[in-house]
Structures are given as structure tokens and as C-alpha cells.
Design a protein around this ligand. Sequence first.
Ligand code: ZN
Length: 175
Amino acid sequence: MTGPPPHRPALATATAPGINSPAMADDKPLRPLPERPLPERPLPVADAITAGFWDGAREGELRIQRCRRCERWQHPPAIACRSCGGGDLGFAAIPGELTLYSWAVLQDAPAPGFRDRLPLILGVVEARAQQGILIAANLVGVKEADLRLGLRLAPSFEPVDDDTVLVQFTPVEDQ
Ligand SMILES: [Zn+2]
């Protein structure tokens, strides 16, 4: 039999840098990753785009990004309006009900600082002010057995250090 075997895929990446290059072929052991402890509880880091959300949290308000031109809300925040492309964006307290859209329950802590919070309930919360505004955050003050779609929620703010206040959600009491 002559020629290459049939159906052999072309190795398009064989000449890409770093792949099959001589440096990969020597017998040097890979450098081990530095031992780094898991953070106790990873915290969000605000940037220029998300600062309005975190400023609102520090002041005890759920502020969502809104386009000043077409008045559409959007979340997570972005550099431009996803509806009209405009760049004149601000943050405002979103009106209307917040309801439970989906959730997942974590039985294992993703970092040591979550061990005393298990089971950890990760919620996706819908802002009724505008269809499709979904906010992912932990749910607090609710048992797994009491979770149901449409559960009415209110934001709950947890200060964790001098600069950071977390936004979480908890059930509205009169329901
Ligand atoms: Zn817009």
C-alpha cells in the first residue's frame, strides 16, 4: 500500500508557534505551578464599565445600566448599548419586581470562605422592568425547599470590606 492512509486529517496546526516546536520536544520537566492558596472568598473587582453597579451597592441600591438614548436597560454592563449602539450610558435603580428565574445549589464550597455558607444557592434573578434583564447572584435567607420559579426577591447588600459591598437577593417577606 502506498500513500497516506485514507481519512487522515491535515495537521493544520503543526506549524503553529509552540506546537510541535523543538522546545516542546526536549526532556525538561514542566515547571510546576507555584503553590498558591485559594482565596478565602474571591471578591468582585469594579472597573470603569461596572463601577456604577458597585457604587450603587455601596449605597444600598440595585443600580442597573441604562441607555440614555433608547432608555433600554442592560445587564451585565457593557461599553455600549446592546440595543442602539449608543455610548451614553448611566446607572439607575431599576423599578419593578425582581423574581427568581433559575437557580443552582452548590453542596461543595468553591473556595474556603464559602464553607460555612453551604449549601450555596446561585440564583438568576429577572428584573420585570424589561424582559431579558437577568442578574446572577447568590440567594440568601432562603431554604432550598422554598425555592420556586417566580419567587419575589429583594436585593440584600453585604459589606465585605471597605470598598466592596456584595449584591445578593433574598425573598420578599409578604408572599
Ligand atoms: Zn440604546
